[in-house]
Design a protein around this ligand. Structure first.
Ligand SMILES: *Cc1c(COP(=O)(O)O)cnc(C)c1O
Length: 420
């Protein structure tokens, strides 16, 4: 099989590339992203709703809309195909009717980043690389390390000093060489190390943002494909997306556009971009109507949502366009509200997500209060990462469980004291 990619085009300077050039970063080094354009006419000839009915429900069922040319190069751990859960108890609590949760915590390494890294590592294999390198707050690195392990590639991971231990533990066990890099807030220190090393050693750059790794954008776009299928070929009114680099936002938008191009849907849902008040450079750019590529980095990121702690939103150009073209909004939420959302999601729906993974739910709660979103709207909230990724946060908030002697009296006494 050949891929249906027509060409790639830099989102900043417009320079065009073809797959056989094995492009990754724009030669003009202007930090544009090489956006991937498909031949939709050809895709339409071989890809239909009917064909999808017969395929397994996971990410590679959308094979024709992926950039990989040879099936043998696909590196998969069974990512995607995550459930779209109709919230019942949480919806009652929030007094809303049509709330759906796209549970991305169920991916192989516990976050949606698996989708992007499955595509990226497949491309690394296709292009003949033996070593991958990344800059990350943890989840993207953990995903990269897992897929690299599966493919037999070596991985170097530069993570932020604050990366949650759950993520670092994964990295170490998948066999990556991991470094916590100091100095968040100046020049993005993990990105600096990634650049220095791939330029010197010729490694495959594989972070979860577009300017250095265009192919991974094609992974999370399948979240949108799945949502459309799970809603019986309908779109919701809103999709709520947590934002760090804004690659996920750019990608989710692309997914809906792909399906519109193919005639599977007529419109796009409105997109809501959510950041933490401790690091909201993208929300600020949106509110100030900043021009693309003139966005200022946030000087001192500080939030419990460490997965959203990118001081510079690398894919802001795609993200800002996504909001413009879908009539969307951007909103910031406090760490306090994120924690509240985290507890509510666990308590009412049985889903344990990390702070970055529920910032979207916190954003939804705020947008309801502000009446930006109507209580009757059909809303899909993306739950992007697993709660076990960051056990330190949980311990800080809820403490540890009490120890008791194996006696009824001690149980009853401790029950009154601890859980009254
Ligand atoms: C990376 C990440 C995000 C944000 O995605 P971006 O593409 O950086 O905007 C959200 N949630 C979790 C759990 C993440 O790991």
């Amino acid at each position: 099989m050949v891929s249906y990619v027509k060409y790639l085009k830099c989102s900043r300077c417009g320079k065009v590339y073809y797959l056989d050039q094995k492009p990754i970063v724009c030669e003009n080094k202007d930090l544009g992203r090489l956006d991937i354009y498909y031949d939709y006419k050809k895709v339409k000839e071989v890809f239909s709703k009917h064909i999808l009915e017969k395929r397994r429900f996971y990410m590679w069922r959308y094979r024709e809309l992926m950039p990989v040319s040879e099936d043998k190069n696909i590196v998969t751990l069974g990512e995607g195909g995550t459930p779209l859960i109709k919230a019942k108890r949480l919806a009652e609590e929030l007094r809303v009717k049509n709330l759906y949760l796209k549970d991305e915590t169920r991916n192989p390494t516990g976050s949606f980043k698996d989708r992007g890294m499955s595509v990226a590592v497949s491309m690394a294999v296709e292009f003949g690389y033996k070593v991958t390198v990344t800059a990350s707050s943890g989840n993207a690195a953990a995903a990269l390390a897992a897929y690299s392990a599966k493919a037999g590639l070596e991985t170097y991971a530069f993570v932020i000093e604050e990366a949650g231990y759950g993520k670092v533990a994964q990295l170490l066990f998948y066999g990556a060489k991991v470094f916590r890099v100091k100095g968040l807030g100046k020049e993005d220190p993990t990105v600096k190390m990634m650049k220095l090393t791939y330029e010197k050693y010729g490694w495959y750059p594989s972070p979860s943002f577009g300017p250095f790794n265009p192919y991974q954008i094609e992974g999370p776009k399948t979240i949108s494909y799945e949502v459309v299928e799970q809603l019986n070929w309908n779109i919701p009114d809103w999709v709520i997306v947590p934002v760090g680099a804004a690659a996920l936002l750019t990608s989710v938008w692309k997914g809906f556009r792909d399906f519109k191009e193919l005639g599977f849907i007529d419109n796009l849902p409105k997109l809501a971009a959510i950041q933490s008040t401790g690091n909201p450079p993208f929300v600020r750019a949106w509110n100030e109507k900043a021009e693309a590529f003139k966005v200022k980095p946030w000087p001192k990121p500080e939030t419990i949502a460490t997965g959203l702690e990118d001081p510079y939103p690398w894919d802001h150009d795609g993200g800002l366009k996504a909001l413009h073209e879908t009539n969307g909004v951007a909103e910031e939420v406090s760490d306090e509200l994120i924690l509240k959302a985290m507890k509510m999601l666990a308590k009412y729906e049985g889903i344990f997500a990390e702070p970055s993974g529920v910032a979207s739910l916190a954003g939804y709660m705020k947008l309801l209060e502000e009446r930006t979103i109507d209580r009757g709207d059909t809303v899909v909230v993306l739950i992007t990462g697993h709660g076990l990724k960051d056990p330190d946060i949980v311990k800080k908030v809820s403490g540890d469980a009490p120890k008791i002697e194996p006696k009824l009296e001690d149980f009853e006494k401790t029950l009154r004291e601890r859980y009254a």
